[in-house]
Design a protein around this ligand. Sequence first.
Ligand SMILES: [Zn+2]
Length: 340
Amino acid sequence: MLRLCGLVAIGCSISLLPLPPHTARRIPRRHKYKGAFYCPNRQGFGRGGNNKSNNPPKSPAQTSTPQHQATMSNSPSISSSLSVENQANDPEGPKYFFQEKYAPLNVRGNFLTLCACPKNVELGEWLAHQIVEQYRLLHGMLQVIQEVNTVTGLPICNENTCPTMSAGRLTYTWLVDGRAAKISAPKFINRVEKWIVSKIHDPVMFPTEKVNGTPETSAIKEANGASTTPSDPANPDDWIGKSSGFPPTFYKDCQGIMKQMFRCYAHLYHAHWLNPFWHINKHDVLNMCFVHFVTVSKYYGLVSDKEMEPMQPLIELFIKQQRVPPEALNGGHWAQQAAT
Ligand SMILES: [Zn+2]
């Protein structure tokens, strides 16, 4: 039960994670998921289905708390196709998270309005805000797999369960002394998190000083009768965020950060969708964070299609359902601005 409470506490704390002060100052925090994140009591760890051979693998939480092994009537049932052979880390195992029936969201509509840059905000400022927000959401999901099993004393994602940073058959490597090295998933994730936090707090990449002049928002351009075509990421003389004091590498840095965040999501799904997210009935929250992440990534061209391949079936599903809005595709932000 303690673990249960711990996970609930993590879920509740997600919307409370602090933003770096400069970003909080710049843009009002109106994107909290207060309604979307969960705080009520856990609905139970058990799963439907009485066929013993078709029960999903038990999570460490279930092992340590036998009272939760019983099937809870209010816990969603999973089809009999789940079997004990389907270990969470089995790269050959079926990918339930790619199936529509296992891919619900706990929000309606899509994230376009939270993603699109308001006319009175400069694009660099907005992207900085988006990066910080996306990291806050991802961090909340990573905390779930970093929860320590009180029996084994190990986190859910540990050196034994995840000796490499895998996403199905794909293994991500980390540069160690100039060489690509296969390090464990918890180590990889720890390094990614530290790296992202250091970037966000880097005053060169995310400047906090007030700049001279007025940031070039599309509203100001409109008022001046100038073209509202926003900064083109391919134009070396007019980079995104220039008028707000961001460096020329800012957009590329944002792409680098989002790429690493994507890899964390890929690992969360491929190695931990079943344990713990499905087991604690929070796969819909993971989906919500991920669909928001994909919307921002596609809208601003921050993660390449090739990089997203390990999650492509789920992304295509969300696109088909318009959970990822059509506006985020085919040019996203730039196409939208040119069209208005
Ligand atoms: Zn893992």
